[in-house]
Design a protein around this ligand. Structure first.
Ligand code: TXA
Ligand code: MG
Length: 323
């Protein structure tokens, strides 16, 4: 995709926020930074603006969007039927990388939810987007700002690479501090279910809030959890440790393949922050195979392993270590 980059504006400048607010009020789309990944935002109260997201992303209309609110208190504006768990999780983790699926009220338009009676809501913590939301005085809906099926963007430049000048404004808020999408918890089931793993883990929720969250099952599985959803163009292979990765590297390399190893040791935060960037980079440099060393299944490692598994789209070449 060719792009001039001229639509990228510095989010730290208050004039940029003003421009983004004006654009949203005119029903235009604006790319926004969040602590997880960049989002492609439209004003939530404008069905015609919301529709533009599906067209631009090439996203099926039955893939519902996440509503982003300015402050925790705004949750009750969009849902009139909140469970005790939903309230407790919002109080504990917002603003932050957690999305709650709750029953929606009639302020939420059908375009956002694909006609479902539930809506996914989150209160992001990135200061630029918090400021944007409070000046706008409305919520925004924002899927990750990538073309459908591609990896999520973690810098303003990634968004420009996917969409070129097709987005009016891209608010640059620097590199996303987490780098993988928010944890999604469906609070309409009993017990609540985790639909997508992220920085906030099931174990952490149990410890912090004494709430048991079950694995996803049945209908409530997030539709964004398609196979191969987080895949780069190059092949991704999984390795259970660095030694295994290096052995495979040697073999593939001697077969003349362009290979790269992804390994961040025990630094899960760095792995999450760099993962999508490294995938995009590998594609740019026409790498044939990325061999990703699986992090341990603790903390952010769980979310990273989930993305790696999807990217490799295989029945797991190797099991991640338990610790
Ligand atoms: O970190 C994030 O959550 C980022 C940033 C931009 O906030 N957003 C994001 O949005 O990842 P998106 O559209 O790429 O993923 C939204 C996920 C999809 O898997 C969708 O199926 C699920 O949320 N979802 C949305 N509404 C839902 C609902 N009512 N019930 C179940 N799943 C829902
Ligand atoms: Mg997405």
């Amino acid at each position: 995709m060719r792009h001039s980059g001229q639509n990228i504006i510095d989010g730290k400048n208050s004039l940029s926020i003003d421009a983004a607010v004006r654009a949203l009020l005119q029903d235009l789309l604006v790319a926004i930074p969040t602590e997880t990944v960049y989002g492609l935002a439209a004003r939530a109260s404008s069905p015609s603006a919301v529709k533009k997201i599906f067209v631009l992303k090439g996203r099926p209309t039955d893939h519902p969007l996440i509503l982003h609110i300015a402050k925790t208190k705004d949750l009750s504006l969009w849902s009139s039927d909140l469970s005790t768990e939903a309230r407790a999780l919002a109080d504990k983790y917002w603003p932050g990388p957690l999305t709650l699926v709750v029953r929606r009220n009639n302020k939420v338009c059908d375009e956002i939810t694909g006609g479902r009676d539930t809506v996914a809501i989150r209160c992001p913590s990135h200061p630029i987007t918090t400021e944007l939301l409070s000046q706008l005085g409305d919520a925004i809906v924002a899927p990750s700002a990538n073309r459908f099926g591609k990896v999520s963007p973690t810098t303003a430049r990634h968004v420009a690479e996917d969409f070129g000048d097709e987005i009016d404004l891209i608010l640059d808020g620097g590199e996303c501090s987490i780098g993988v999408e928010s944890t999604i918890v469906d609070c309409t089931t009993n017990p609540p279910q985790v639909l997508r793993t992220g920085a906030i883990t099931v174990d952490q929720i149990q410890i912090d809030c004494d709430i048991t969250v079950a694995p996803a099952s049945g209908e409530s599985r997030a539709s964004g959890m398609l196979e191969k959803h987080y895949a780069p163009n190059c092949k991704v292979e999984l390795a259970s440790n660095l030694k295994d990765a290096e052995e495979r590297f040697e073999k593939l390399n001697s077969d003349g393949r362009n290979v790269e190893i992804l390994d961040f040791g025990a630094d899960h935060a760095m792995y999450a922050r760099q993962l999508y960037s490294r995938f995009r980079d590998a594609d740019k440099r026409l790498v044939d195979v990325v061999i990703a060393v699986q992090p341990s299944m603790t903390g952010l490692g769980i979310a990273i392993n989930e993305r790696l598994k999807k990217a490799s789209n295989s029945s797991v070449n190797a099991q991640p270590p338990l610790d």
